[in-house]
Ligand binder design. Structure first.
Ligand code: ATP
Ligand code: MG
Ligand code: FE
Length: 359
């Protein structure tokens, strides 16, 4: 089974072709092509993603990226079994471009259309490369989200905890800006932190050791801003120390929240207390090597194991959208061409009910 995936929800214009066994539940696919255009030069002058510029860049590039993905895979439209696109959540101008492109291809070539939730793309990525069975505990850490979820199956998510203010990727991006490390922020902070002393700055860990597994990063962000304002000018050593201290503090927060989540996860899924649980980490921040090592440690100390996609599949890409499309297509979860793109689209049903189907 071959599916074309399209991703345009933020600043990556991406198209991919993924192949898999058509039997539902058979994990692990094969990436035949994974074409990405990261709109770095378009947004760098502004120090962040500008939605209007992103939408225009998607429109200019998407046809070329689809053509490149098909050529790299050595297939044509006629060979496809489905066309999947991110239908939300994300910057709506970009999401519209991807959805309209996928619908046009599906209609013209009489193929099933799959409207994929971008977060489900992140959530299922690991099954594209490793046979991880449901249920698993998911830590989703990305540019717009920070959540712990019980993943019980395709389309079946229970939220255990979420950030009450900022996303963790946003905190990395803000920290990079404050330290003058440039755009995109996450990888720049990780690079700077390599030469720094992680114990140099004592930064706050909001909700640390509090019950539950919600997150908060706004206090940490403020503390980094105050510390950055007091740094000697253009001192790479001091910048490295603050980057390392920030990264270590994020690690402390994620570890503490995951520790709480294991028991909540076992209760939610009706599993006995000591059941070994896979902890899957996904989203752009999951590319961070320091955080991966910290999460592997906490998983091991809680009788669990960490499963993480390769870093290049953690940040936005279209292979994850094609794969989520395959998981849905195999279950017959095909969408009509009347499905509307959504700027907001939570994974868990409780939150979906709260904002309404079109929210
Ligand atoms: P969402 O998936 O929530 O809609 P998004 O698609 O914009 O948001 P992703 O592409 O999944 O986000 O992740 C991008 C985020 O990941 C950015 O905030 C970026 O700084 C962060 N990030 C990327 N690489 C790293 C890294 N090595 N260390 C820390 N953060 C990173
Ligand atoms: Mg991006
Ligand atoms: Fe993302």
């Amino acid at each position: 089974m071959l599916v074309l995936g399209i991703e345009t929800s933020c600043d990556e214009t991406a198209a991919a072709v993924v192949e898999a066994d058509p039997t539902p539940g058979t994990p692990v696919g094969r990436i035949r092509a994974n074409a990405i255009y990261a709109q770095l030069s378009e947004h760098r002058p502004f120090g962040g993603v500008v939605p209007e510029i992103a939408a225009r860049a998607h429109l200019e590039r998407i046809d070329g990226m689809v053509a490149r993905a098909l050529a790299d895979a050595g297939v044509g439209f006629a060979d496809l079994d489905g066309v999947a696109a991110t239908a939300g959540p994300g910057l709506i101008g970009g999401v519209i471009v991807g959805v309209m492109t996928a619908k046009a291809i599906a209609l013209a070539h009489d193929k099933p259309f799959l409207a994929v939730n971008h977060l489900e793309g992140h959530a299922l990525t690991t099954r594209l490369v490793e046979p991880v069975a449901f249920p698993f505990l998911l830590l989703l850490v990305s540019g717009g989200h920070c959540q712990l979820l019980a993943v019980q199956g395709v389309g079946r998510y229970r939220r255990l905890g979420t950030t009450i203010d900022d996303a963790v990727g946003e905190a990395f991006d803000k920290t990079a800006k404050l330290l003058g490390l440039g755009f995109p922020g996450g990888p720049a902070v990780e690079r700077a932190a390599r030469d720094g002393d992680p114990a140099k700055f004592d930064l706050p860990r909001p909700l640390w050791r509090k019950p539950g597994c919600d997150f908060s990063f706004s206090g940490l962000k403020t503390a980094v801003r105050l510390a950055a304002a007091g740094l000697p000018k253009d001192d790479p050593r001091a910048i490295a120390d603050l980057a390392a201290s920030f990264q270590r503090t994020v690690g402390d927060i994620l570890v503490d929240r995951c520790r709480h989540a294991f028991d909540m996860f076992r209760t939610t899924c009706g599993l006995p207390p000591d059941t070994p649980v896979p902890l899957v980490v996904a989203g752009g921040v999951a590319a961070n090597q320091h955080l991966r090592a910290r999460l592997a440690d906490v998983a091991a100390s809680c009788g669990a194991r960490l499963v993480a996609p390769p870093p290049a599949l953690c940040t936005d890409n279209a292979a994850m959208i094609a794969w989520a499309g395959i998981e849905r297509l195999r279950l017959g979860l095909v969408d009509g061409l009347d499905v509307a793109p959504r700027p907001r689209w939570p994974l868990d049903p409780a939150a979906t009910a709260a904002i309404g189907r079109t929210g």
